[in-house]
Design a protein around this ligand. Structure first.
Ligand code: C5P
Length: 247
């Protein structure tokens, strides 16, 4: 059965277009472009992270954008406000769909990033507490609050600075949705199809569970990139999502 077109606007929420974001975690631009050519922009967005960007540079991003793909530039900018503002403007000039910064850069940096981006420009998302950090890691850098409290604090300054939302674990999505309402955009990695391999992810959710928990966009890497049939995996993920959205 053909999965429903996800380009429809989902009512009550700001989500438009495909909810799936495929993480192009490849060591070479050629591998990334090979997969991108097989994936329809109507079915997914593409995420370019630090490794691929450092190897492929802005030209790779331009090639993806020129091919009709909407790109999440996942470079997690974190610097003085003036520098982050310039980096955000550069991302907007590349024509990316979404860009992100670290909320830990503080209210001034977040405000500068927001002001740097034109109306109708890329969605601006913040990273709160990296899911790789434990309570003891936070303690080591002087933060004694529990990670969940720190996530809510950083998401709060993100919302107050006018950003569009945050990257978060699907396990945090429910609390963030409750605290910040339906228009705050939640982008969640750690998603695995029901019964799929976990790889090195530990706390995963299925696409349907993540959407039910409040996620807007789902970042999926290896289940698609390591598959012999990435298009088929996308269809399976889409169907899982559609089954929840249509319910
Ligand atoms: O292959 P997999 O689906 O695990 O890839 C998930 C993607 O999301 C990777 O690009 C990873 O770096 C990113 N990510 C994550 N967990 C976070 C933030 C980003 O897995 N907390």
């Amino acid at each position: 059965m053909e999965a429903p077109d996800q380009r429809a606007v989902v009512s009550g929420n700001r989500v438009t277009g495909p909810r799936l974001i495929v993480a192009l975690d490849f060591p070479t631009p050629a591998d990334a472009l090979d997969l991108a050519e097989r994936l329809s922009p109507a079915r997914c967005r593409l995420k370019v992270g630090k490794e691929l960007f450092t190897r492929g540079g802005p030209q790779l991003v331009r090639t993806l954008v020129d091919g009709g793909h909407e790109v999440f530039l996942d470079l997690k900018f974190h610097d003085i406000p003036n520098t982050v503002a310039g980096a955000c403007r550069a991302a907007a000039d590349l024509g990316v769909w979404m860009v992100n910064v670290h909320a830990g850069g503080g209210p001034g940096m977040l405000a500068a990033a927001r002001e740097a981006l034109p109306a109708g420009g890329p969605l601006l998302i913040a990273v709160t507490v990296l899911t790789s950090l434990t309570a003891s890691d936070l303690h080591a850098v002087g933060i004694d609050d529990a990670p969940e409290e720190q996530v809510l604090r950083l998401a709060g300054i993100t919302r107050d600075a006018g950003l569009d939302g945050v990257v978060c674990s699907a396990l945090e999505a429910g609390a963030l949705r409750e605290a910040f309402g339906p228009r705050f955009c939640l982008v969640t990695p750690g998603v695995r199809p029901a019964g799929g391999a976990l790889d090195d992810q530990r706390r995963v959710m299925t696409p349907a569970a993540a959407i039910r928990a409040g996620a807007d966009y789902l970042v999926v890497g290896r289940p698609v990139t390591k598959s012999d049939n990435p298009e088929a995996v996308l269809l399976t993920l889409e169907s899982e999502i559609a089954s929840v959205i249509d319910a």
